[in-house]
Design a protein around this ligand. Structure first.
Ligand SMILES: [Zn+2]
Length: 358
């Protein structure tokens, strides 16, 4: 098989479901915004700061990992800063060939300078709109949906869930909970999930990243999650041998086509996988789970959607057929309406890959 050139992957249309707004800033923007608000950074040269983010996330120390987000969140406390970060996010994703993205963030983390939740949401939506319009003007159309995240250690999930419903006709397409899994099971936020189900809303739950099967089981069977944020630990319910044997939970996830938002580089950094080559994505794809490929935190992982795809091509020998499969899986699992998903699949993704597949 002919190896795929990186530039070709960039040009191919891609869909992204799991990307954190506060994990994807440009280093130069962090420097400028920090200067404007007098926030002290560990480095003020953009290249050096970029390396600091990746090294800190790589360090294996949870404290240093969390410190990276303390810096990005600190510079995202005004309407202008939120607008700019969102606009640049749309531009960067579009430049990387992403045609559909769901980007998430926790509005409750952007209230330190007195903003109201609504101001936070509206600034980010306006930023995405502006960035997407600029990208379209440059011949790189992208559709962005927002997911509102509640922090699992906090107690605002109901409020954030209501916020996501209030803005669902204005670009918010779903809800999520994130933060430390151990000690904060998703059932703590059951009220919010039941509310969303009654509102016919969509949500994903960060589960099965650091913590194993009980977290995944709760997210699906108690909370009713549409998708699993990571979900990579579902492999703990698969016995690998001559014929892999699926436990009941793994079988349920596969039978119901529950999408797994896998984030290869991020998992290697946090120790959820030893290396890309040993990442369970290989096994899960072979078993035809509804696997999607995602970036998680582009700044902290020094990555992009194209880079994640390229790493998989290198580690598993994937070709265009597999990259198309990942992309269509993601698009099928998106939270926008069915007819809009279908239009992107049939009018953008399939024609482009048909050419690449020859
Ligand atoms: Zn995440």
């Amino acid at each position: 098989m002919v190896a795929i050139a990186y530039e070709e992957i960039v040009k191919a249309p891609k869909a992204l479901l799991h990307d954190h707004l506060d994990g994807g800033l440009r280093p130069a923007t962090v420097v400028e915004l920090a200067e404007a608000v007098g926030h002290r950074l560990p480095a003020t040269d953009p290249a050096e700061l970029g390396r600091w983010f990746v090294e800190s996330a790589d360090s294996g120390s949870l404290e240093r990992y969390l410190e990276t987000f303390a810096h990005t969140v600190a510079v995202m406390q005004t309407e202008d800063a939120l607008f700019r970060v969102a606009a640049e996010c749309a531009l960067d994703l579009a430049a990387d060939g992403v045609v559909y993205a769901e980007v998430r963030y926790a509005p409750e983390q952007h209230l330190e300078q007195g903003l109201r939740l609504e101001q936070v949401v509206e600034s980010v939506l306006a930023g995405f709109e502006s960035g997407a319009a600029q990208a379209a003007g440059a011949g790189r159309p992208i559709r962005i949906g927002t997911l509102l995240t509640a922090m699992r250690h906090a107690a605002r999930s109901q409020e954030i869930a209501e916020l996501s419903v209030r803005y669902r006709d204005h670009g918010v397409v779903g809800f999520d909970i994130a933060g430390a899994e151990a000690g904060f099971p998703p059932t703590r936020h059951l009220d919010a999930f039941e509310y969303l189900q009654r509102e016919n809303s969509h949500f994903t739950i960060h589960a099965g990243e650091a913590f194993g099967l009980p977290s995944i089981w709760q997210a699906i069977q108690w909370c009713g999650a549409d998708r699993l944020g990571h979900g990579v630990r579902i492999v703990d319910d698969i016995t690998v041998g001559e014929q892999p044997v699926l436990g009941r939970l793994a079988a349920y996830v596969r039978d119901k086509r529950i999408p797994l938002e896998l984030c290869p580089s991020s998992n290697v950094q946090t120790g959820a996988a030893a290396s890309i080559a040993e990442h369970p994505i290989g096994l899960l794809r072979d078993l035809r789970f509804r696997v999607t490929v995602n970036t998680d935190n582009r700044l902290m992982s020094g990555t992009s959607m194209s880079r994640e795809m390229a790493l998989l091509v290198e580690a598993f020998g994937y070709g265009w057929a597999e990259l198309q499969w990942f992309t269509i899986n993601a698009m099928k699992s998106a939270f926008i309406p069915f007819d809009e998903r279908l239009a992107i699949i049939n009018e953008t993704i399939k024609p482009a890959y048909a050419k690449l597949l020859g």
